[in-house]
Design a binder for this molecule. Structure first.
Ligand SMILES: C[S@@+](CC[C@H](N)C(=O)[O-])C[C@H]1O[C@@H](n2cnc3c(N)ncnc32)[C@H](O)[C@@H]1O
Length: 498
């Protein structure tokens, strides 16, 4: 099953619907999953399923970009009746025909709650899941009819993949519709065979209220740019995650925190007073020289045994972070600097209290420590006004400028940072703050630290591919809406890719 479908069940866990409408019942399998989940929370659940079933035609399939085969209404009905025999609280109606007409015709239909005798109207369903015809006209029509549902989930939200491929959103999907509607894009991503990334969106007054309770507090700070976030990405990284990072930064970070992005090549990024880009080639010739010296050296690119790549020795790949961070730390007038990997998602407004918590007063640097391994440097914080800052940053840069990195046991940025930090702690009594000090488990330290209350880090290819970390990555109870929505890691990932 596609990863994004799991999120419909996650939403059902969250909103506990009695009335569920599915536009596009198809073979009825998802109807059963939704009903089973809802029946964990309600004694009576009613399902309204709309589909063309066997009544489709070639011309409708073309118009609706339907690529799946159709299932007969009787077959689906038998499946749901079988489920009903062992789940007495479950009732349903299946409605055959084109939803451009059938939803309107049934919008005031209702079902009686056996316990309360209350009539629940279809048009005010607790959850409507719109996943029928793919044409923008049909999605618009389905949404218009069902817009009074308390929570609405729409499939078919498209974004370009790394190669720029994407379905034509002027013709298919819900992108056009959502330009005028307050909504939330659900985290999980699936890939389309034809190119592009597909996600789901959620809206509806109850869902948006839950979201706004978390998202309304954007703090105003009185001073100008006392804090800076620095990051870097390649052109490929920009299209995979950098673009989203910038959009979410603008949305969730206080306006007085600056973002500085170090780039290898010009990219179509709109700079503002808050968001600045810097070209490595113009301001940091040392990285160009370092890469030129080691570009053709397989060992310095992680191939120490000449055959397999080992990230622990990939000095070239992991040098960008160090050159960007040290350059920024030595040329930036703000007080606090945070490195954040650009494959990070922000989902909740960042507060000053949180920023103080992750780099408390009196500490020079903060980091995500691990017990049995090097730190996770997806996040690092620095107090730029600390006495040791200039010496620390110049030392770090020199390790690369003078190729001293190759005298160390490992050549990636995490190892070098840890060594340097420990050296400054021992020699200059510099205080470092381990954001993870209260946590026992080393698994996915970023999200299982206070950072996880505001952000997600898509560490490793499988999480980048999924568009989010997994609910099964959590080792701590999280109440944020985002974490209620992310899917569990699929079996095939657990078996094949761990
Ligand atoms: C992607 S499938 C639905 C998948 C299903 N919701 C699930 O989660 O497994 C889309 C369904 O919408 C139906 N459909 C497409 N256009 C339609 C239309 N205009 N009216 C009614 N049903 C339509 C198709 O017959 C197909 O069964």
């Amino acid at each position: 099953m596609f990863l994004r479908y799991q999120q419909v069940s996650r939403i059902i866990e969250l909103v506990k619907p009695k009335t569920i409408v599915e536009v596009g019942t198809w073979n009825g399998d998802h109807a059963l999953i939704m009903a089973k989940t809802a029946l964990r929370h309600q004694t009576a659940v009613h399902y309204w399923g709309f589909d063309l079933f066997e009544g489709s035609s070639e011309s409708i399939d073309i118009q609706e970009f339907n690529f799946r085969s159709h299932t007969k209404l009787e077959e689906v009905k038998e499946k749901l009746e079988k489920f009903q025999r062992s789940n007495k609280g479950f009732t349903f109606n299946l409605i055959k025909g084109n939803t451009r007409q059938t939803i309107r015709a049934n919008i005031n239909a209702s079902w009686p709650d056996p316990k309360t005798q209350k009539e629940h109207i279809l048009g005010e369903a607790d959850l409507s899941y719109i996943d029928g015809g793919h044409s923008i006209e049909t999605i618009q029509s389905d949404y218009n009819q069902l817009k009074n549902s308390k929570t609405i989930v729409l499939d078919d939200y498209y974004t370009p993949d790394e190669n720029g491929n994407c379905p034509t959103t002027k013709k298919v999907g819900c992108n056009e519709l959502l330009t005028n509607i307050d909504h939330f894009i659900l985290p999980a991503c699936d890939r389309l065979d034809s190119g592009g990334v597909i996600q789901m969106a959620a809206t509806g007054k109850n869902f948006m209220r839950k979201l706004s309770l978390e998202q309304k507090k954007i703090e105003k700070s009185s001073q100008k740019f006392t804090r800076t976030v620095v990051t870097s990405f390649s052109p490929l990284g920009y299209y995979s995650y950098g673009k989203r990072f910038i959009e979410q930064f603008a949305r969730f970070w206080p306006k007085k925190v600056k973002l500085i992005i170090y780039l290898e090549a010009p990219l179509p990024i709109k700079t503002t007073e808050q968001i600045e880009t810097r070209m490595f080639s113009k301001i940091c010739p040392e990285i160009i020289e370092f890469k030129a010296r080691h570009m053709n050296n397989a060992k310095a690119n992680g191939f120490v045994d000449g055959k397999t790549k080992n990230y622990r020795y990939d000095a070239v790949k992991f040098c960008h972070k160090v050159f960007a961070l040290t350059h920024c730390a030595l040329s930036n007038p703000s007080e606090k600097l945070y490195w954040i990997d650009a494959d990070t998602i922000f989902f909740k407004p960042i507060t000053n209290a949180f920023l103080n918590q992750i780099l408390p007063k009196g500490y020079y640097t903060s980091y995500l420590g691990r017990r049995d391994k090097h730190s996770e440097t997806g996040f690092m914080g620095f107090d730029l006004q600390h006495n040791s800052n200039i010496e620390f940053m110049e030392f770090w840069k020199n390790i690369y400028d003078q190729d001293m990195i190759f005298d160390l046991p490992e050549w990636h940025d995490c190892f070098v940072y840890d060594e340097l930090r420990k050296y400054f702690e021992a020699k200059f009594a510099v205080k470092s703050f381990d954001i993870r000090k209260d946590y026992e488990d080393d698994h996915h330290p970023f999200i299982n630290s206070p950072l996880g209350g505001f952000m997600d880090h898509l560490i490793s290819d499988r999480r980048k591919e999924a568009g989010c970390s997994f609910a099964s990555d959590l080792r701590t109870t999280r109440k944020e809406l985002y974490w209620q929505l992310v899917p569990y890691m699929p079996e095939e990932f657990v078996v094949n890719k761990i």
